[in-house]
Design a binder for this molecule. Structure first.
Ligand code: SF4
Length: 94
């Protein structure tokens, strides 16, 4: 059996990006005041959350739909749901 790394597996995935609607929105103030911003940056396996110029940015196009961010965020700090039908990640391995 051939072993593959996580980056190699992720590179095999494809994404259908919903250009009209993000399935993730953040409350900047609540994220900052609760420390959720730092937690999101640390836990997201896809690097969707980043900090730029003091603001939490969300590159939702690369979301793997694992739900981790929704599970760990302070209540109300983010809104998360699966992408609309036909959009999102398509896993090709596993
Ligand atoms: Fe990142 Fe997973 Fe949240 Fe998507 S669902 S933004 S991959 S932690």
């Amino acid at each position: 059996m051939k072993l593959t790394t996580i980056p190699q597996r992720l590179a095999a995935d494809s994404f259908v990006i919903d250009e009209d609607e993000s399935h993730i929105t953040v409350d900047q103030e609540l994220c900052r005041s609760t420390g959720t911003d730092k937690v999101l940056i640390a836990v997201c396996p896809a690097g969707v959350y980043q900090e730029r110029d003091g603001q939490l940015t969300v590159d939702y196009a690369g979301c793997l739909e694992c739900g981790t961010c929704f599970a760990v965020a302070a209540p109300g700090a983010i809104q998360w749901h699966y992408p609309r039908g036909g959009y999102g990640v398509n896993y090709r391995e596993g």
